[in-house]
Design a protein around this ligand. Structure first.
Ligand SMILES: Cc1cc2nc3c(=O)[nH]c(=O)nc-3n(C[C@H](O)[C@H](O)[C@H](O)COP(=O)(O)O)c2cc1C
Length: 237
């Protein structure tokens, strides 16, 4: 008889708690450094993410140096100027008040990359969709993000970057893709809701509207709503 190794009720709640209470953090970072063993645990959580063909296409660049972080911050400023210019009126007003990175305040930054030419995995699963190596890397990011929440570490993903400049700053070879640039550290608080929601930028879509039964045109809001009568693992924002 195979051992199904079920989670206890408490363990199950813990998993859902990490999922619902994970937040993208760009403020309230504390200066205290992350103990090496804690950093090791969240990196190992990332390394246990799923990957196409078991390719494990990721590498992790740990950025501690204030000088390097300052240079990366310049990559953000440059990209953010262009990004902000795309908005006008009220939207621009809200955008300009958003805090979209914590590159200098967070004690540690982490760049997670994807080596698209890595031979591990033997190409299994990639013939039909070459982008699966990038998806795999994102799975590693999410594992790290959840493990970090369980370790009381805040993580903020910064995608508003001039990536050519970032490559130069971090000396990333051309065949390596920088997938995620993360700001990590202990924080004084985890907000209840996404910061973009609180700031009035965007709201969470009603999940029932996104569910299709059997085919794309098989939306049935009534039936979908019934799925959510009982909240799993508590109430999520
Ligand atoms: C691929 C990706 C890129 C992101 N880039 C940024 C960014 O550049 N700046 C930022 O403030 N948040 C960024 N975020 C965070 C999102 O804004 C955030 O996940 C979303 O608002 C939901 O909030 P939550 O993560 O707290 O649930 C990014 C998230 C993802 C998944």
């Amino acid at each position: 008889m195979p051992d199904r190794r079920p989670f206890s009720e408490e363990e199950r709640r813990g998993v859902y708690r990490a999922i619902y209470e994970r937040r993208d953090i760009r403020s309230h970072f504390l200066p205290e450094s992350i103990p090496p063993q804690v950093l090791g645990r969240v990196l190992d959580a990332a390394h246990h993410g799923p990957s196409v063909g078991f390719m494990q296409p990721w590498d992790f660049i740990i950025v501690e140096s204030a000088a390097v972080r300052e240079a990366v911050h310049a990559c953000f400023l440059e990209a953010n100027r262009s990004a902000a210019a795309l908005y006008t009126g009220e939207r621009r007003e809200v955008y300009d008040h958003l805090k979209l990175e914590a590159i200098r305040e967070a004690p540690l930054n982490l760049c997670i990359t994807c080596d698209r030419s890595r031979e591990k995995g033997g190409g299994l699963g990639r013939q039909t969709d070459p982008a699966t190596d990038l998806y795999s890397t994102v799975c590693a990011v999410q594992n790290l993000w959840l493990a970090a929440r369980a370790e009381s570490l805040g993580v903020g993903w910064v995608s508003i970057l001039d990536f050519d400049r970032l490559r130069a700053v971090l000396a990333i070879p051309t065949h390596i893709v920088p997938v995620a640039y993360l700001c990590i550290g202990y924080v004084s608080e985890f907000p209840d809701a996404p910061v973009l929601e609180t700031a009035g930028w965007e709201t969470r879509e009603a999940l029932a509207r996104l569910i299709h039964f059997d085919k794309w045109d098989g939306c049935d809001a009534q039936r979908a709503t019934e799925l959510f009568d009982v909240p799993v693992g508590g109430t999520a924002r």
